[in-house]
Ligand binder design. Sequence first.
Ligand code: SAM
Length: 265
Amino acid sequence: MRIDVVSIFPDYLAPLELSLVGKARTSGILSLHVHDLRDWTTDRHRTVDDTPFGGGAGMVMRPDVWGTALDDVLQDGAHLLVPTPSGTPLTQRTAEELAGEQQLVIACGRYEGIDARVAEHYRGHPGVRVSEFSIGDYVLNGGEVAALVLIEAVARLLPGVVGNPHSLVEESHGAAGLLEYPVYTKPPQWQGHDVPEVLLSGHHGRIERWRRDQALERTAARRPDLVERLDPDALDRHDLVVLAAHGWVPQGGRLVRAVDGAPEV
Ligand code: SAM
């Protein structure tokens, strides 16, 4: 996979040389290129922004500079990704889809963002897909951190990046739609806290069931929105008992919160 990031602060992307993403680059699994948007400016001051039409605070990034840069960087079949707090929330499903693409190009905005015509223009381009994405309901100063988040989420899904691919299977937000169970390592006793006995039992069946129960309990306690999205038909009887203890019961093909035994609607 090839990823291009365009930013006015290319140094902000330096962490992409570290850890698993850095190794993926060195091994050739990932071809990653960071570009300085100002390299496509033509004036003495290397200007990338101007005042907003209609007035108001702040500056807006110019479409002409972005257009020249993106025309150079986008290859046929590319997916142009524009980070913005008004974009579609980035999820693990999005990361999985993007991991199958040939080229991702991330256009990092600054100031009040990029002139809206840029995304509109490339949406009409044959051979280019455009997605505006958000990494959460808060506002950052620029798109670089969002680019780092997206690249890390996508890169670890590329074959060969994570040493043991099995470690991706039961992770939070995976196919099961649950949060991951709690994890422990040596020593078995620490500061008066013991590792749950079942994990020391060597009994694979019991361990698997305990982990599944923990994942269900954790999801019910922390993320009721994820429980609402579970398909009751994909759960076994034991799963349903665990969820019922947290007040969730199947009704009409989904899970709903029960109050005093009666489903809440
Ligand atoms: N005026 C914009 C608004 O209210 O929607 C916010 C612009 S923000 C200060 C500057 C840049 O930071 C954006 O163009 C985008 O690239 C990035 N950014 C800020 N928050 C973000 C978020 N939650 N997700 C993705 N990108 C974000």
